[in-house]
Design a protein around this ligand. Structure first.
Ligand SMILES: CCCCCCCCCCCCCCCC(=O)SCCNC(=O)CCNC(=O)[C@H](O)C(C)(C)COP(=O)(O)OP(=O)(O)OC[C@H]1O[C@@H](n2cnc3c(N)ncnc32)[C@H](O)[C@@H]1OP(=O)(O)O
Length: 174
């Protein structure tokens, strides 16, 4: 089984917010941002898998700050954990206004990709080695996020979601 470091999948994608990307308030449209995030995350997942990947799910994305016409969007993507045929990718989105010198963290999200072979069948992916403290934290927490999205996607019965059950048991104890 091949293994790869988390850092090997690190990807940054920059986009300038142009008039065609905005609504009538001159704010970046959410759908456009999700599209850019999908591409940045897919590049990161492909770096890890060395395979074609398809988007299987997108976790909840909240839009904390409006992003304005003329801002520069930087999307940072990195694989947090590899499972059997799927990988979880974390995205952090920054919006920078270069003339005013401001930079805000506008969004964060987790996307899941599944690797497929030339016949469109799912295929095993390399395992991921986390190195830094943050990579290790994201790696450990990924099991809970995976169970939650599989339960919500109807792929896992809540009674089989052991990590989530343990999490809620701990919360109830506190
Ligand atoms: C060096 C390289 C540079 C490269 C530089 C190139 C750059 C290149 C840029 C390309 C940029 C465009 C990239 C856009 C990518 C699209 O937008 S792709 C289009 C949108 N997505 C699709 O059309 C996918 C449609 N869905 C499907 O095909 C199937 O449902 C899937 C996702 C393959 C899953 O198939 P399935 O038969 O349900 O599979 P199943 O055996 O149940 O599960 C397989 C895996 O999927 C997972 N899964 C299933 N459902 C879910 C769910 N709801 N949530 C999470 N995981 C799930 C399972 O957990 C399982 O994972 P593992 O446990 O094996 O790890």
């Amino acid at each position: 089984m091949t293994q790869k470091y988390a850092r090997e999948s690190f990807t940054i994608m920059n986009e300038l917010v142009l008039p065609n990307d905005t609504n009538t308030l001159n704010n970046l449209m959410g759908g456009r941002l999700l599209h850019w995030m999908d591409i940045a995350a897919a590049i990161s997942a492909q770096k890890h898998c060395n395979r074609i990947v398809v988007t299987a799910s997108v976790d909840n994305v909240s839009f904390k700050h409006p992003v304005k016409l003329g801002d520069v969007i930087s999307i940072e993507a990195q694989v947090t954990r590899a499972f059997n045929t799927s990988v979880e990718v974390r995205l952090v989105v920054w919006a920078q206004n270069i003339p005013s010198g401001t930079r805000v963290r506008s969004n964060e999200a987790f996307y899941t990709f599944v690797a497929i072979d030339q016949n469109g069948r799912t295929i095993t992916v390399p395992q991921l080695i986390p190195e830094t403290d943050e990579e290790k934290r994201l790696y450990n927490e990924a099991l809970q996020r995976r169970e939650l999205r599989l339960v919500l996607g109807g792929k896992l019965k809540p009674k089989d979601a052991k990590e989530l059950q343990n999490l809620f048991k701990e919360v109830v104890k506190e």
